[in-house]
Design a protein around this ligand. Structure first.
Ligand code: MRU
Length: 358
């Protein structure tokens, strides 16, 4: 995407310096800072502390993490250990293990001489594939928005949760990709952006992306969506997913489930933009089987922003000794999901349709 006349992606490999670079998303929207990932601990830190986040981007970062690990030591045991460390950084998004397992499947019969270059080529190709996949999701999702616009003939109001834009992938995004495509097709749009506590990816990242693309948007706190839906102010919802089970249950940022319930009650379509890399074909019941990441309670008890002196600072918003728990994701059962928008087309959230994507 273009930011201040520059085409940015969230992660790239700089051939001339042999360095992997990322945007440190913890500082957005206040500062655009590029960071180098030089060691395996750098990569683990970047994923765990959310310098990079969003399921597809976590997967691509892990792929480069395998290259960085192999550069440190190409011994099989070292690489296996590195893969476990990477997989443990964030347990919910299946893209992480998908990317690592894919790399292992391609290198298992290689000798040491070819290993490093092969892993780098694989990671570079996965990065390019991610861009292509997200653009295809955009084209497929555009068909749904177009259809609605042909019927309504006025501004389409879309509600989204968390950030499933280009910052969550390499470029384009998943849930926001159809919105970017609709904008380029001159469909009048307005996006309701859920705050997405505790880390506020909606306020910090989604709104910043939409403002950069000149797409009208309004920020709302997390509990507003239901009210808007009751008053016909939402035409459709689109979210991303961190892991979708083979029966179509969707795990996504905490709070997605409640939006889907409200959408169902108000007969508003609830679409999930799902790259096939985020489908877990091994799991048949998302509610029971998907591991839900629990993050530090500090993310709940503190809030971060710019203070009156323009410094980024953190303030505590709870009483001393109050207890918090921080579930990062929830699972929306398939019955509340209208369709999945994948790179291969728009599919029903059920076993048969999902299996055909394999
Ligand atoms: O905790 P995050 O910011 O990594 O969570 C991101 C989301 O929940 C996204 O909706 C999901 O990863 C899909 S991103 C295309």
């Amino acid at each position: 995407m273009i930011v201040k006349d520059k085409h940015l992606t969230t992660i790239w490999y700089d051939d001339s310096s042999d360095k992997v670079k990322i945007i440190d998303q913890r500082l957005l929207p206040h500062e655009i800072k590029f960071v180098e990932l030089n060691t395996l601990p750098d990569v683990c830190f970047a994923i765990q502390e959310m310098q990079v986040r969003g399921a597809p981007l976590i997967g691509i970062t892990a792929a480069y993490g395998m290259y960085i690990a192999a550069r440190e030591n190409s011994d099989t045991n070292y690489l296996k250990d590195a893969s476990i460390k990477l997989k443990n950084t964030r347990p919910t998004a299946v893209n992480l293990s998908w990317a690592i397992d894919y790399i292992f499947s391609k290198i298992k019969n290689l000798n040491n001489d070819n290993l490093l270059n092969t892993i780098l080529n694989l990671a570079n190709q996965m990065r390019l594939d991610d861009i292509e996949c997200c653009e295809a999701i955009g084209e497929n999702g555009l068909k749904l928005i177009k259809k609605l616009y042909e019927k309504k003939q006025s501004t389409i109001n879309i509600l989204t949760h968390c950030n499933a834009g280009w910052l969550a992938t390499v470029d384009w995004g998943t849930a926001l990709s159809p919105i970017y495509k609709a904008k380029r097709n001159d469909i009048p749009l307005h996006v309701w952006v859920d705050e997405t506590r505790p880390r506020n990816q909606g306020f910090n990242l989604t709104s910043w992306e939409l403002i950069n693309e000149n797409i009208p948007n309004t920020l709302i706190v997390d509990n507003v969506g239901g009210h808007l839906m009751q008053h016909s102010k939402v035409d459709l919802c689109i979210t991303g997913t961190d892991r979708t089970s083979s029966n179509g249950d969707v795990c996504n940022k905490i709070g997605t489930y409640l939006k889907a319930l409200a959408a169902n009650d108000n007969k508003i379509p609830f679409y999930v933009a799902a790259p096939i890399s985020s489908i877990d074909f091994e799991i048949s019941n998302g509610v029971i089987n998907i591991p839900i990441e629990e993050r530090s309670p500090d993310e709940v008890s503190y809030i971060e922003g710019k203070d009156e002196f323009n410094n980024i600072s953190k303030v505590k918003i709870i009483p001393e000794n109050a207890k918090c728990i921080n579930y990062a994701f929830d699972v929306t059962p398939a019955k509340y999901i209208t369709k999945l928008i994948t790179e291969k087309g728009i599919v029903e959230p059920n076993k048969d349709s999902i299996n055909r994507l394999k």
